[in-house]
Each structure stands twice: as C-alpha cells, then as structure tokens.
Write a protein that binds this ligand. Structure first.
Ligand SMILES: Cc1cc2nc3c(=O)[nH]c(=O)nc-3n(C[C@H](O)[C@H](O)[C@H](O)COP(=O)(O)O)c2cc1C
Length: 183
C-alpha cells in the first residue's frame, strides 16, 4: 500500500443491481494508488472492524465516499461506518486528529433527474441543500471539501451518459492520485 493512497469507501446495498456505482467502483479498483473498501461486501452483518478501518484511513490523503443517495442521505452501512469509525478525538476535536487535512470527496448518484431537485420539483430544493450535513462533517473534522461528483437520473441513464460519467470520475481520480504522489 502506498504511503499516501486514496481510499474509496464504496457502499451499495444491492451492488448486483447497480449499473452506475458498480462501474465506478471497478474504475477505482483499476486505478493505481487507490484502495477500494467495499463496505457491504466486507461487513454484510454491519459488524464493522473500526480499528481496521482507521488503519486504512490513517495512510490515505483523500477519502472518496462512493454510494447512491438513499432517502436524501447515505446508505445505512455508510452511516454506521461514520458512527463507529469517526469517534471524537480521532476524527475531530484535537489539533492532531487523524482526519485533519485529508480530502473529502463525495461521489454520489441519484435516481431522480436534476429537474426534481429544485423549488417546486419533486424533492423541493436544490440537491446541494441535502449535502449540508456532508459538508459540515468535513468542516468539523478539518477536512478539505472537494466539489462532489454527482450523477442525477442514474437509474434511467443511457449507456453514453454512464460512460461519460465513468470517464469523468476516472479523470478526476487520476488527477487526485497524481497530486497525492507529488506530496
Ligand atoms: C431505499 C432507496 C432510497 C432512495 N432514495 C433516493 C433519494 O432520496 N433521492 C433520489 O434521487 N434517489 C433515491 N433512490 C434511487 C437511487 O439513488 C438510485 O437508484 C441509484 O442512485 C442508482 O445508482 P445505481 O444504478 O448504481 O444503483 C433511492 C433508492 C432506494 C432503493
């Protein structure tokens, strides 16, 4: 493992029914310098080994949270991961807490199209409004918030749109990998 790897925390409750996130995870696995931790595969019973996860995080320069949006938030195992891994003192609250200075990159998909995320639309407000807890988590932990990569309408996206999204993810991931190795 590289001293400064990028850690992708992949959380999909039904990966066999995931046309987009599964391909994003595969693209990450194929990128040198990237470690993919598949949470639902590793912890099907939700019994997370917090020490193991903290060791993975410790040597990472960037954490990528890769998952579909579920009920305006993260899948339940992703939330459980945060609850048991990101404890006070380790994650935040001390000058040398471990997450300080690491990047926080959310890579998420939604089922609804972009038009649903606006006033008067199905979800009533811009998608960015739903990201406030994510962004504030990064801020609390002293992490660098990186502009999220979101694919709206993922459930019904055509092949060309998915291909373009995977290419954009790969491009940004490679750029962050090169930046991490230059540190
Ligand atoms: C339990 C559940 C909750 C969901 N909640 C939302 C939601 O709040 N907003 C939304 O746009 N899509 C929602 N979706 C749709 C998923 O986000 C969508 O199917 C997924 O992003 C598609 O990516 P995938 O093809 O990789 O699975 C939900 C789906 C399920 C099963």
């Amino acid at each position: 493992m590289n001293a400064k790897h990028i850690l992708v925390l992949y959380a999909h409750p039904a990966p066999h029914r995931s046309p987009v996130n599964r391909r994003l995870a595969d693209a990450a696995r194929a990128t040198p310098g990237v470690v993919v931790q598949d949470l639902y595969d590793t912890y099907p019973d939700f019994d997370i080994d917090a020490e193991n996860e903290r060791a993975l995080v410790r040597d990472a320069s960037l954490l990528v949270f890769l998952h579909p949006i579920r009920w305006y938030g993260m899948p339940s195992l992703m939330k459980e991961w945060m609850d048991v891994v990101m404890v006070p003192g380790w994650a935040y609250g001390t000058p040398d807490s471990v997450l300080r200075g690491k990047g926080y990159w959310l890579v998420a998909t939604t089922g609804s199209g972009a038009e649903a995320y606006q006033p008067g639309g199905l979800h009533g407000r811009p998608f960015a409004d739903f990201l406030a807890p994510f962004e504030q988590t990064a801020a609390l932990c002293g992490m660098d918030w990186i502009a999220p990569l979101t694919m709206h309408g993922a459930a019904a996206a055509g092949e060309a749109a998915v291909d373009a999204h995977i290419a954009e993810f790969r491009r940004r991931l490679l750029a962050y990998t090169e930046a991490a190795h230059g540190e």
